[in-house]
Design a protein around this ligand. Structure first.
Ligand code: PMP
Length: 407
């Protein structure tokens, strides 16, 4: 039975800081003991490199590392672990795809993104378009702050090389219809490649890459209860096999002396150098933790918190609060960004912080979105499995005091 009070006990930070109200899981999720143990166990008991060592200890480490790859593949419904490339995070995964595809981009092609993208899924494409001197197209959001699907469809044409969009917006909380968007893109141009930024989806909604049919998917371990410095790039096997590596070094080569260097098979070919071994093993534990908790239950819990919070914020602050993002709760993940009574979000976050309530304030790495919304900053709260209605009550109580103090 899903119970946030019981689940909270899995997160040692609450033992150290019993008063903590953590409403910033969209920035990074807290870590359960199981994940900490997995990383510690590697550091204490294995501590060896992968793939290179032939002694049992190194073989065991390689086995654990590859087991984590299998766990990731299973978690997102990939066809094979070979479709999983480990990186250092979402940002690194998206930049890697931009580099991998650069060579094949032709004059006259274009790249399409959306207005709601995080800078990590905006700038690599903007820069790639600039390097290749091709058009960079930005699909707008509609009046309900969802991707304007009709406008997106118009931007995709026979010259579109890449379409990149997020599964869940890190500000609006909008859950985008990934499958529908991918199908729409492929219908207009079957050659266009689709990349989905799943950073805000991975720990909140079930993902099935086969259903999504996207060519690439990127996410970070740290937003899914795993450690920082580890990320995943999923790519369709047939596609990855056509791509040449862009980072060179140890571990990814078969024959370095051949006139034309021979590289390892996928995914190793894209993983030059020693990876974050303990981090990858801990990511495997983090995904096991989510599976054991059940993503369906996590989603239901976050939905009920969003509903409670939106209602309570609106009832309390009425026309002085502007909650951005879709009106329909069902279309939102556990994120609420808002402006309140002309008080600067930085002041709100600072004063809440003094009461051990952690929220985020600013542009949240989405300058194009904030510009489209006509806002310079917002305050963002984001939920995870350890949040409760009491957290929302404490937030609202403190916000009331801040409004009285600063309005
Ligand atoms: N995309 C989205 C939607 C995000 O929310 C974030 C993190 N805020 C990123 C990309 C970048 O993730 P990372 O910093 O872990 O690379």
């Amino acid at each position: 039975m899903f119970n946030p009070q019981t689940l909270k006990k899995d997160f040692p930070i609450f033992t150290h800081r019993p008063d903590l109200v953590y409403l910033d899981s969209a920035a990074t999720a807290l870590k359960p003991q199981m994940v900490i143990d997995a990383e510690q166990e590697y550091l204490e008991q294995h501590s060896t490199n992968i793939a290179r060592g032939l002694y049992p200890l190194a073989e065991q480490t390689t086995e654990k590392f590859e087991k984590a790859r299998e766990t990731v593949a299973r978690f997102i419904g990939a066809q094979s672990p070979q479709e999983i490339v480990f990186t250092s995070g979402t940002t690194a995964s998206i930049n890697l795809v931009a580099q991998l595809l650069e060579h094949g981009i032709l004059p006259g092609q274009n790249i399409v993104v959306t207005e709601m993208e995080h800078h990590s899924n905006f700038l690599p494409w903007k820069e790639l378009a600039a390097r290749k001197n091709i058009e960079f197209r930005i699909a707008p959001i509609d009046a309900d702050e969802r991707i304007d699907l009709a406008a997106l469809a118009k931007l995709v044409d026979r010259e579109t090389a890449i379409v990149a969009f997020s599964a869940v917006s890190n500000v609006l909380g909008t859950i985008n219809p990934v499958q529908e968007i991918t199908a729409q893109v492929k219908q207009k141009n079957s050659q266009a490649l689709v990349l989905v930024d799943a950073a805000q989806a991975i720990a909140h909604i079930p993902i099935d890459v086969t259903e999504w049919d996207a060519d690439f998917i990127a996410f970070s371990a740290h937003k899914a209860f795993g450690p920082t410095g580890v990320g995943v790039l999923y790519g369709k096997q047939a596609l990855l096999e056509t791509l040449s590596p862009v980072t060179f070094g140890g571990g990814m080569v078969l024959d370095a002396c051949a006139p034309t260097t021979l590289y390892q098979a996928i995914p190793t070919r894209f993983e030059a150098g020693t990876p974050n071994i303990g981090g990858v093993i801990a990511l495997g534990a983090a995904l096991d933790y989510i599976s054991a908790t059940s993503l369906a239950d996590i989603r239901l819990h976050e939905l009920s918190l969003i509903e409670y919070a939106v209602q309570k914020l609106q009832e309390t602050f009425r026309d002085t609060i502007r909650i951005i993002g879709p009106q329909s709760i069902q279309e939102r993940s556990g994120i609420i960004a808002f402006t309140l009574a002309n008080i600067h979000p930085h002041d709100i976050a600072h004063l809440l912080g003094e009461q051990n309530i952690c929220v985020r304030a600013g542009e949240h790495c989405t300058a194009p979105l904030h510009r489209a919304l006509g806002l310079s900053a917002t305050t963002r709260i984001s939920f995870s499995i350890y949040n409760t209605e009491q957290d929302v009550d404490r937030l609202v109580d403190e916000l009331k005091k801040i409004v009285l103090l600063l309005k």
